[in-house]
Ligand binder design. Structure first.
Ligand SMILES: Cc1cc2nc3c(=O)[nH]c(=O)nc-3n(C[C@H](O)[C@H](O)[C@H](O)COP(=O)(O)OP(=O)(O)OC[C@H]3O[C@@H](n4cnc5c(N)ncnc54)[C@H](O)[C@@H]3O)c2cc1C
Length: 489
């Protein structure tokens, strides 16, 4: 795709985003260095060996908008797995199933760990409740009825229980001061099983939890019109052209454009104190720039269908899932005139006064900036810069045009909510994925991987992420733990 990237540039961006400032960051930082080296060397070949391939157009997430040493990706890096989430899981599930067939692996579904078994200071197993069978669909909350109990023992115990994003009580309790107050209304970007219980259970067994106040929530959440779990929200993966307004109708400041700085935008909006904000765009922008996060929202990529992909992404209109949200989603307002659009926004503005004149002035001023190939408005400048990257030009960034041009219509406004997603902190681990105690020594027998370990070390990302780095770090921490345990046995 003509992108020149490398270890030094990746480190510059990662460290510029992480802004580590705590003693306990030493392990997160060491994991970041190890992960960057993995990503720059063997990661691609290792995944290919397992049959994992990628959609060829690399996406540009978290564009930053600050100086070169600040937050964000200097270049596009977001690789979408061919087959999305299920595609990345496939080879690993196959390996586990082969283990089951060979009698080396036993799967115990519906077993909920409530306690880690500690003997003479070492973690030697887990015990908990056996839950009643339930045929709930994937992601839907299942019954918590207890029908029995269990205890398992092993030479090593690996906590791989994920984050806390499905437990709003925990999210609120851990919310840091620098992000203002948590919104009264939040959507859940993860299913209810992401409940954070295992973190407390691991702490009771001797593990040190760090950076619980670092979290990664999105500001572009929309209510799912067909929810699978409670308060189910979907994240819009926005291209950079939509105009972003707060709940009163003021445009967000530079560089808080769509897809530039997730937490910077969250911080700004929480300081203002309203729970929602607005994108204003048009049909031409939604068609090229709106994507939705989640395997079920990308049936072409998840189903690995090139024909569907070409039809959905290069054909007329937005993708079918985006069009469905536009039609049925409660957060979408579609109108032929700005007056009608503003009327629809007011109806959904939760009683907050919306300054329509201000929105009209901002849209008019921004549109006037398009008369020349150069401009003052930094969002317009960024759009033109983005289109110099082939991937953005092909499928991600609409040709700059006047939003109020009726030929590009209808006009669209989207009400955006805060959507909980990832926990950046967790169980502190060393570079062998061994859980560490408060004194810095490994807790014998205990390992932690994935989101439960803050994706490595209890916080591989520091304060902010570059995006797309979560699954990669889950794989890397899991592989590291597996190798360390095999070597120790
Ligand atoms: C919609 C969506 C889109 C995403 N997109 C991306 C992306 O594009 N790129 C990226 O890098 N990341 C993405 N992520 C984030 C990424 O998917 C997660 O961070 C990652 O899957 C976490 O993996 P994990 O194995 O650590 O935990 P999980 O996948 O959450 O798995 C934890 C497991 O532990 C089980 N468990 C928890 N507690 C217990 C207990 N007490 N007893 C027994 N079992 C328990 C849970 O049931 C679950 O099966 C996305 C997440 C979502 C929800």
């Amino acid at each position: 795709m003509g992108v020149h990237d490398g270890l030094d540039l990746a480190r510059q961006d990662w460290f510029g985003s992480a802004e580590w400032d705590r003693d306990e960051d030493a392990w997160g930082r060491a994991w970041a260095e190890a992960y960057l080296t993995f990503a720059a060397t063997e990661k691609r070949a290792w995944l290919r060996e397992r049959g994992v391939t990628f959609f060829p157009v690399v996406g540009w997430a978290e564009r930053g908008g600050y100086t070169a040493s600040g937050h964000g990706n200097s270049v596009p890096r977001f690789h979408i797995t061919w087959g999305t989430g299920p595609g990345i899981l496939e080879p690993f599930i196959d390996a586990v199933r082969a283990g089951v067939e060979a009698g080396r692996v036993e799967l115990r579904f519906r077993h909920r760990v409530d306690e880690l078994v500690v003997e003479a200071g070492a973690v030697v197993g887990a015990r908990g409740a056996v839950l009643a069978d339930d045929d709930a669909e994937r992601g839907a909350a299942s019954s918590r009825d207890v029908v029995g109990d269990f205890e398992v023992r092993g030479a090593a115990v690996v906590v791989a229980s994920g984050g806390i994003g499905g437990n709003h009580e925990l999210v609120r309790a851990a919310w840091p001061d620098w992000l203002g107050t948590p919104p009264e209304k939040m959507l859940s970007g993860v299913p209810a099983h992401v409940d954070g219980r295992m973190l407390g259970i691991s702490e009771t067994a001797g593990a040190r939890l760090v950076n619980g106040d670092r979290m990664w929530h999105y500001v572009e959440g929309i209510e799912n019109y067909a929810p699978v779990w409670e308060q189910h929200g979907i994240r819009i993966l926005p291209g950079p052209s939509s105009m972003w307004f707060d709940a009163t109708g003021a445009r967000l400041p530079v560089p808080l454009f769509p897809g530039f700085d997730t937490l910077g935008t969250l911080q700004y909006l929480r300081e203002l104190g309203h729970d929602h904000s607005w994108f204003v765009l048009d049909q031409a922008i939604i068609e090229k720039e709106f994507a939705l996060s989640g395997s079920e929202q990308n049936p072409d990529l998840t189903g690995k269908s090139v024909r569907e992909l070409l039809r959905q992404r290069l054909g007329r209109g937005a993708t079918e899932p985006v069009e469905a949200f536009k039609e049925k989603g409660p957060d979408f307002v579609v109108a032929d005139t700005l007056d009608d659009l503003l009327a629809g926004m007011r109806e959904r503005n939760d009683g907050i006064e919306l300054d329509g004149t201000r929105i009209a002035v901002e849209l008019g001023a921004r549109d006037r900036e398009l008369a020349n190939p150069f401009a003052k408005d930094l969002q317009v400048v960024a759009l033109r810069g983005a289109r110099r990257y082939l991937g953005d030009k092909l499928i991600r960034v609409a040709k700059p045009h006047r939003i109020l041009d009726p030929k590009r219509g209808p006009l669209i406004a989207v009400k955006l909510h805060v959507l909980t997603r990832k926990s950046l902190g967790g169980i502190q681990t060393d570079l062998s994925a061994r859980a560490l105690a408060a004194d810095g020594a490994p807790v014998p027998g205990l390992y932690a991987v994935g989101e439960a370990a803050g994706f490595g070390g209890g916080g591989i990302h520091g304060y902010r992420a570059l995006e797309g780095t979560f699954l990669g770090a889950c794989l890397f921490t899991g592989r590291t733990a597996g190798r360390a345990i095999a070597a120790a046995l």
